[in-house]
Design a protein around this ligand. Structure first.
Ligand SMILES: Nc1ncnc2c1ncn2[C@@H]1O[C@H](COP(=O)(O)OP(=O)(O)OP(=O)(O)O)[C@@H](O)[C@H]1O
Ligand SMILES: [Mg+2]
Length: 347
């Protein structure tokens, strides 16, 4: 009888899933199988038209032109393709008629309309309910921070499209700021600097590789800067070509974007009261998101803020890990998703 009840409960209980819908990467966790599925946040035109795309990596530049990216700056800008991105991931979590209950997240500066769009996309992709948390809140939990601590702590998530900062204290977000610029803009800045200087249009994947390859952002000018080889197309004749780029030119191209991020951090910290600032001086700053891996960014932020800066363990998965922890905590509670409300944030 007991096992029958258990089986019936399993049939009727809806699976719970967690979604980190990022500008560059989408991660979906399913409570039933305990697995995280991850894929880049793009749709190919070919997928869109139902035609098989050339599967070989023939001209990544050309391929990049065939990609549709449904998110920009951490928010959905193309709902139709956001649904197409999510639907296969959610389908894998569905068993029979049970549509999953979903926990998703958004940057702290999102408008009601932007969060409604996110909820709509998740529902249209196959979820039965969706609750939305601030991304940085989950990132803090996933980074191992004690969000209930009575001492204020700072988490900064640097992603592909948005940099989000949160001050957390006593189980609440007491302050948040965001700027819709992050790693994607660093890569764009590097590409345009190379076009104007070398008249070569490098492939997006190459620009990404260059931003990963710099030895450090915060070491000043080097005596013998490295030269890095990249591939692209000559803008005049279109031929594929290989050029060598000076590492310092890459760093210089990235600087205006990094400065925007640093300015947002400095302005946010200046707004804090003395007692809160005092608490932060002890707890320091924790970095998450792919941008936490930009070489030297931790030292640069430490230098500019005079605070201790550390990188979260597995920084790129902090948000989804925080979602999973939240799901584990809430799942036993009846209709838990109805209790999640977007916090009133001061910025
Ligand atoms: N070692 C590295 N150096 C520099 N950048 C890196 C490194 N590793 C990852 N990144 C960058 O991190 C970005 C992806 O980060 P992440 O997955 O956190 O973004 P996202 O969650 O999709 O975006 P967002 O949260 O802004 O919507 C990519 O642009 C990637 O190139
Ligand atoms: Mg993210």
């Amino acid at each position: 009888m007991k096992s029958m009840l258990h089986a019936a409960k399993k049939i009727w209980n809806r699976p719970c899933i967690a979604i980190d819908l990022g500008t560059a990467n989408t991660r979906v966790f399913c409570s039933e199988n305990g697995q995280i599925r991850e894929k880049p946040s793009f749709i190919r035109h070919a997928d869109e038209n139902g035609v098989k795309a050339a599967s070989d990596d023939y001209l990544s530049y050309l391929n990049s032109k065939l990609f549709l990216t449904p998110l920009r700056g951490g928010v959905i800008v193309d709902i139709k393709n956001a649904v197409k991105l999510l639907r296969p991931l959610l389908k894998e979590t569905r068993k029979g008629l049970r549509h999953p209950i979903s926990l998703a997240s958004a940057p702290t500066d999102t408008s009601d309309r932007e969060r409604e769009l996110l909820a709509r996309a998740v529902l249209d992709a196959g979820a039965s309910y969706v609750a939305i948390l601030p991304e940085v809140w989950s990132a803090a939990i996933g980074a191992g921070m004690d969000v209930d601590s009575p001492h204020a702590q700072v988490l900064i998530d640097i992603g592909e499209g948005v940099t989000d900062l949160a001050i957390i204290r006593d189980g609440r977000l007491i302050h948040a700021s965001a700027v819709r610029t992050a790693c994607g803009d660093l890569q764009k800045a590097v590409r345009s600097a190379i076009v104007s200087r070398h008249k070569v249009c490098i492939y997006p994947a190459e620009a990404e590789r260059l931003t990963h390859a710099i030895s450090s952002f915060n070491q000043g000018r080097t005596i013998n800067p490295r030269w890095i080889t990249v591939q692209g197309n000559d803008v005049f004749n279109g031929y594929e070509t290989t050029i060598k780029i000076n590492e310092e030119d890459i760093i210089r191209a990235m600087e205006p974007i990094i400065n925007k991020i640093i300015t947002m951090i400095e302005i946010s910290l200046k707004k804090l009261s003395k007692p809160i600032y005092g608490e932060i001086s002890k707890s320091g700053i924790c970095l998450s998101g792919g941008g936490a891996f930009i070489s030297g960014i931790d030292r640069l932020i430490a230098l500019k803020t005079n605070l201790h800066v550390r990188t979260a363990p597995d920084a790129i998965h902090s948000v989804i890990k925080g979602h999973i922890e939240t799901l584990n905590l809430l799942q036993g509670h009846k209709n838990w998703w109805q209790d999640i409300v977007w916090p009133r944030l001061s910025s």
